[in-house]
Design a binder for this molecule. Structure first.
Ligand SMILES: [Zn+2]
Length: 370
């Protein structure tokens, strides 16, 4: 009996040993097979080219790379970049193969190239292809980055002792240049959220098509939507006992010219520029701005009315465009009386973010319109 038990025990031991051995063999077999699969994951077409170029061994000893395969298949494979290709993530993009060759030829590292594809929009990518290599490290994740302005950003950042994000936005607005020194003509002046300032002007012949008189005084006109919003603003204000009157709304180019010329003659150009827009740069020429005053005598808004506007105008689609503290960005003195129509959605967002429309436009709108 005892002997038999011992025999069974040994059998069991040998049995377990065999099972473990078999297990190890199976695992190594799977591993061995996987290595082979990795090697032959390349398409036949890619393998043929590898062999033609005598780089089959070099490539297949590395991990499989979709980018390497794509470069081989497209005929754009440059043997000197075998290492680099294998570190670049494949992108489903038109001209991807040419793009990475261009960047590699400009000495961008695979890591930089991956970042370029991940963070930069097409406009920036295309600009980059036309430029010498630049170090994008601190700028790559800035959403409103324009790669051709990096030198200006750096100069501004150092001069003003500010951070990168602030430098990017301010330089994009144009603030490192003299007002009116470099003017971009707006492409779509009919947009309700178009930005007009001392760097951006209207096309010579633009006249809004849907000017509508305000009910309180039909000498004053705004574009239809803005006029309708103005009526709502006025009614809402009245409920809070805030009564105001328009004293300027849409202006023709000729009238803006007349005004500006008069102010220059009176106060000189430098002074006039601080409170009057040059022709084609006034929001009044858009039919989207209205100046309001608290009584019929002074072209101004009382402090109380100004505060009401700051807290409420956005609900009807308006912002106080040249609010207190905005002069360094807008280049205009405070104008509590000047309301700009943007539509409720954008006006609310500008209000909530508490920034000027110039900054808002650069950060959130410019990539959607021009
Ligand atoms: Zn105004």
């Amino acid at each position: 009996m005892k002997k038999k038990k011992l025999k069974t025990k040994s059998f069991k031991l040998i049995g377990s040993f065999l099972v473990i051995l078999l297990g190890i063999m199976m695992i190594s077999r799977i591993k061995w097979t996987k290595e082979n699969i990795d090697r032959i994951e390349y398409s036949n077409e890619a393998i043929t080219i590898m062999k033609e170029k005598n780089i089959y061994d070099e490539i297949t000893k590395k991990e499989y790379s979709k980018t390497v395969e794509k470069m081989l298949e497209s005929g754009k494979f440059d043997s000197k970049y075998v290492d680099e290709y294998s570190k670049i993530n494949l992108q489903e993009k038109e001209n991807f193969e040419d793009s990475i060759n261009t960047f590699l030829n400009k000495n961008y590292t695979p890591e930089e190239i991956n970042n370029i594809f991940e963070y930069l929009n097409d406009t920036n990518q295309n600009k980059l292809k036309e430029m010498d290599h630049i170090d994008l490290k601190d700028y790559i994740k800035i959403s409103n980055l324009e790669v051709d302005k990096i030198e200006r950003y750096e100069n501004y950042r150092i001069e003003k002792n500010t951070n990168i994000q602030d430098a990017v936005t301010k330089v994009n607005i144009g603030l490192d240049l003299e007002f009116y020194s470099e003017i971009e003509t707006i492409k779509d002046p009919t947009s309700y959220t178009v930005l007009l300032n001392k760097y951006r002007g209207l096309p010579e012949n633009y006249v809004p098509e849907d000017l509508t008189p305000l009910s309180i005084n039909n000498n004053y006109k705004l574009r239809a939507k803005a006029a309708e919003a103005y009526e709502q603003l006025q009614s809402a204000a009245l409920l809070d006992n805030v009564k105001f009157f328009p004293f300027s709304a849409y202006r023709t180019k000729e009238y803006q010219t007349e005004l500006y010329t008069k102010y220059v003659a009176r106060d000189g150009k430098n002074a006039a520029d601080t409170y009057s827009a040059r022709p084609r740069h006034s929001e009044h020429e858009l039919g989207l701005a209205v100046d309001i005053r608290s009584d019929g005598l002074n072209d101004n808004l009382t402090e109380e009315h100004y505060k009401w506007m700051l807290n409420n105008a956005y609900k009807y689609g308006f912002i106080v465009r040249y609010a207190k503290g905005t002069t360094p960005i807008t280049g205009y003195i405070e104008e509590p009386w000047h309301l700009r129509y943007l539509g409720i959605e954008v006006a609310t967002d500008v209000h909530n973010k508490g920034i000027t429309f110039d900054e808002y436009y650069d950060l959130y709108l410019k990539n959607n319109e021009k």
